[in-house]
Design a protein. Structure first.
Length: 250
């Protein structure tokens, strides 16, 4: 009992905050999430990940863009902070540690992704229901695809996906069955001028989970062919609510 009371009385670990101005500083801040929850404050500018590879980390990470050089004030514009890959390659953001260490969370706020063939995100390795990816005021522009390959919850608000490839915003596995999706909620977002569907959930031809999609107050405009593709092989129905959206074809 004395040990239990000591544990309950212990203060929660504080989140580590880092002001970041270049890719080298980003790498250092990112690796802190091997032992602590981390908030990375990105100064406005362009971050080219062509010459770096981020390791998988164990803890939660939040990445906020738009700060001045001292991270004292912040712009409202997502376009002020750009993450890119100069050779058109693949930035990887992997959290959640190992199978034993459990799930993680990853959040991007006021950031633009531009000029990458693929942005791949995995926020767990243990296939649990407490991992999440959140995009808030994020602009995905002129990329091949942004793909959440593992994570129970996906949230996207006040964001835009433009001038990108087919299935520009995707939640689907790279190599089944290492994928788990419980719910996706997308609201107040715009998908425009993409080469194919702006939004794809599930992978056609592969077994999926019985996930739920809420798509609310969003606009799909001038995408190539179908605007939205939902695939859930082996499940009789798809659990989705689409409310107050504008789109051409589903």
């Amino acid at each position: 009992m004395a040990v239990l009371l000591t544990i309950l009385a212990a203060p929660a670990a504080a989140r580590v905050e880092r002001c970041v101005r270049n890719v080298a500083e980003f790498n250092i801040a990112w690796t802190l999430a091997n032992s602590d929850e981390v908030l990375i404050k990105l100064a406005a500018g362009t971050y080219d990940f062509a010459q770096t590879m981020l390791e998988r980390v164990n803890d939660d990470v939040e990445i906020r863009g738009g700060y001045d050089s001292n991270c004292a004030s912040r712009s409202e514009a997502p376009g002020a902070t750009v993450i890119t890959h100069g050779s058109g390659g693949i930035p990887l953001f992997l959290t959640g540690g190992t199978m034993e260490e459990g799930a993680g969370t990853l959040r991007f706020d006021r950031v633009t992704f531009r000029g990458s063939a693929l942005i791949q995100v995995a926020v767990e390795e243990s296939l649990t229901n407490d991992s999440s990816l959140t995009l808030e005021r994020v602009w995905l522009d002129q990329i091949g695809r942004f793909n959440l390959t593992s994570g129970a919850e996906f949230r996207m608000r006040n964001s835009a996906v433009t001038r990108s490839g087919s299935c520009a915003m995707t939640s689907a596995p790279v190599t089944p069955p290492w994928w788990y999706l419980e719910s996706a909620r997308i609201e107040h977002s715009t998908f425009a001028a993409n080469q194919g569907p702006g939004l794809c959930v599930g992978l056609s031809g592969e077994p999926g989970d019985d996930w739920r999609l809420d798509l609310i107050n969003s606009v799909f405009w001038d995408d190539g062919g179908i605007d939205i593709r939902l695939s859930n092989v082996g499940v009789a129905t798809i659990n989705a609510e689409l409310r107050n959206n504008t789109y051409t074809a589903l």
